[in-house]
Each structure stands twice: as C-alpha cells, then as structure tokens.
Design a protein around this ligand. Structure first.
Ligand SMILES: C[S@@+](CC[C@H](N)C(=O)[O-])C[C@H]1O[C@@H](n2cnc3c(N)ncnc32)[C@H](O)[C@@H]1O
Length: 367
C-alpha cells in the first residue's frame, strides 16, 4: 500500500504480527517502512532482534522512496535515522532482550568512514549497552585493490537494554575437539600437557619460597586429577620467574599478576563442557540467493548462534530489515517465532516463498 509515495503497512500485516505476539501464528512478514511498523508494535513484545540495515551508500535496492535507509548525502544523517529506528526497537524489545546489528564500512573519497562504529557509539549515547563487537571474517573480498589491505570483515554488534539479560551460554558452547588422554603411567591433557615440565620448573625455581613450591606442586597435582577425572581437558600453568602474565605485570591491572605475586603461580583451565565462541566468526557469506534475489543475505550459520544464545525456545525474533527473510527462516528452524519487515514488495514476496519452500511438508506446523 502506498501513500504519498511512501509505503504504509497494511492492516492484515499488522494483524499477523499481533497473532505472532499472541502465539497464534509462527511468523509474519510486513511490507512497509520499519519505523512505521515498529511504532505500531506493543512495548517489550520481542525477545531478540537480528538485523542488517542497508549500509551507507553501499547498495542499490529496488525501492525508491523517502524511507529507504542508506542513500543520505551526509553520513551523520544516516546515523541519526538509524538511531531513531533503534530507539523504537529498544521499546519493543523485552527488558532482558538482545539486539544483534550487522554493519559494514565504506570508503568515501579514499577515506574509510568508520560507519559501524559511528552508529555503535551513537547508540551507546542513547543508553544501549554494547556487549560485543564481533568481527565477521567473510574470508573473501575483492582481489582488485592495489594500494591498501583487502577488506574482508564486517561488524556484528551485540547490544542489550539492561545489565541483566537472557544469555544461554550452554546452548552455544564449543566443545573441545580432543578429550584428555590417560596413559598407564601419567595423565596428558588434550594438547599434551603432562605436568612434567611444570614440576621441574617449580622444583628448580629460584623465585619461589619452599612453602610456595610445596603449594604449587600440590596445586599442579590437583589440576592433573581434574584432567584425569574428565572435568578439564586442558590447562596452562604460569609460574613466577618462568612464564609471563598475559596482559600486564601490574597487580593493579591484572588479577593474574596479583595471583602470581601472592601465590607464585596461576592456572588457565579449559573445561570439558566447552567454551564460548570467540568474537571472530569465520563464515562465508551466503551465495545461493544472491544472483537473482538480493545482496547481503545472512548465512544461516551466522544466525544460529545469536538465536540460540539470546532467545528462549518459542521466543520471538524480529528482523526490521528482513530482506529475503533469512532471520525469520532461521528462527523458525530453531523453534522460535519470527517477524520480518521490509520496504520492498519483491523481498517480502521472496521471503514468503522461501518459508513455504524451506518448510515444505511441515508447513502446517507453522500455524
Ligand atoms: C542488507 S538488506 C538485509 C538482508 C537480509 N539480512 C537478508 O538476509 O536477506 C537491507 C534491507 O533493508 C530494506 N530496507 C531499506 N530501508 C528500509 C526501511 N526503512 N524499512 C524496512 N526495510 C528497509 C531493503 O529493502 C533491504 O531488503
């Protein structure tokens, strides 16, 4: 529906969104300007938002009206527009909810603009709490640059509304690939730490007192027992005078430096139940939809981690710039509900078709 050249959201689309919120439907796509649609959604009605707005001066989408984001002459206007939209998102997000915002940068007159960080800093000024800046290493990128490094990454900012937020760490732990090996004579960690070298370093140390040596040897035995029992797969020991602390030797700055000063040693351990993913994600962008349908499509792999970590089963995941509907499709696959909004009629149509084809056969389960 169009009014003065601007897309307005239809009543049936809004009704479908309400049905999703009430739990009467699994998903809805609304055609329209996301700011309009968001303004019509109730407070604290979604649990997780994952989105990628058009980047500043980067893409040519098939919509031409005043609401299209990304074609502003002044980068400050781009930031302002996004901040207004994300303030509205803050209102519809539950108080323990999360927002994952994917943004790429832009060279303008040879100058790297730092657009993702301009937006992130402006959002912090509006009260958002930034929990992570994930570097999405896309592992390819243009080969044609001649006078600078090839750019291969984009940002995914994880924002929250409040200091206490839902985060299911167990749902996304990366399991260690090898477990501890216990031979007849000794225990060896996943990367081959047997404790022999540490024992020797403690015994020969000229920087530890006799009492500290005794305590360090006992702590090393305890650590090996924890590997033997399967609780830990690996550990590293830092001993005063032997290895350096990792970040700083200052006891004021580093808790580990403090431990080293007080006890003469500390451990870094790797638990068998795994560790959280790092803030560098190596994921090749989705190509499947690209040629005929859209640019900048989210790969599913990129969506699964945020959805699992920051939405409960059956929770609602929203993408206000939903493009080909990737976020909604991934949310449905993980048993969540999904809401997508896009200004382009073509993309909303593609999204609907995509859900129908992805859920072919089990389509009935979606209602
Ligand atoms: C980077 S793409 C998103 C791609 C999406 N992540 C996917 O996986 O397909 C940005 C989308 O924002 C849409 N868009 C631009 N301005 C908009 C607005 N004001 N409201 C809603 N959608 C908008 C564009 O039509 C485009 O589909």
């Amino acid at each position: 529906m169009k009014e003065n050249g601007k897309a307005t959201v239809s009543a049936p689309a809004l009704d479908m969104i309400s049905q999703v919120i009430r739990g009467e439907r699994r998903y809805a796509f609304a055609l329209g300007d996301c700011l309009d649609v968001l303004r019509k959604m109730p407070d604290e009605s979604v649990e997780c938002v994952i989105t990628s707005p058009p980047y500043w001066k980067m893409r040519d989408y098939d919509v031409r009206n005043g609401s299209l984001i990304g074609d502003e002459e002044d980068p400050k206007d781009y930031v302002k527009k996004l901040v207004i939209i994300f303030n509205e998102i803050k209102r519809v997000l539950k108080s323990d909810g999360s927002l994952w915002l994917n943004l790429g940068d832009k060279f303008h007159n040879k100058n790297l603009m730092g657009m993702p960080w301009r937006v992130a800093l402006a959002m912090q000024d509006e009260g958002w709490i930034l929990r992570a800046d994930i570097i999405w290493d896309q592992m390819k990128g243009t080969q044609s640059v001649k006078d600078r490094m090839r750019d291969v990454y984009e940002h995914i900012f994880h924002f929250v509304k409040s200091r206490k937020y839902y985060f299911n760490a167990d749902a996304i732990r990366v399991k260690p690939s090898k477990s501890a090996v216990v031979t007849d004579s000794r225990t060896i960690s996943a990367t081959g730490v047997s404790g022999v070298k540490y024992r020797e370093q403690i015994l020969k140390s000229e920087c530890l007192s006799e009492k500290e040596k005794e305590n360090a040897l006992k702590a090393l035995d305890d650590m090996l027992n924890r590997v033997r029992s399967g609780e830990l797969v690996d550990f590293r020991m830092t001993i005063r005078g032997q290895q350096r602390t990792y970040h700083s030797d200052s006891v004021k700055i580093s808790g580990r430096a403090k431990e080293l000063a007080e006890k003469g040693y500390f451990f870094i351990t790797m638990k068998a139940d795994g560790f959280l993913p790092s803030d560098i994600w190596r994921i090749v962008p989705e190509d499947k939809w690209r040629k005929d349908a859209h640019y900048a499509v989210f790969p599913e792999e990129l969506l699964f981690t945020p959805i699992k970590a920051t939405s409960r089963p059956d929770g609602i995941v929203l993408d206000p710039f939903s493009g080909t509907g990737s976020t909604v499709a991934a949310a449905l696959k993980l048993g969540r509900r999904g809401i997508g909004i896009d200004l382009s009629e073509t993309y909303v149509k593609i999204s609907e078709e995509r859900i129908h084809s992805d859920f072919n056969g089990s389509y009935g389960l979606l209602f």
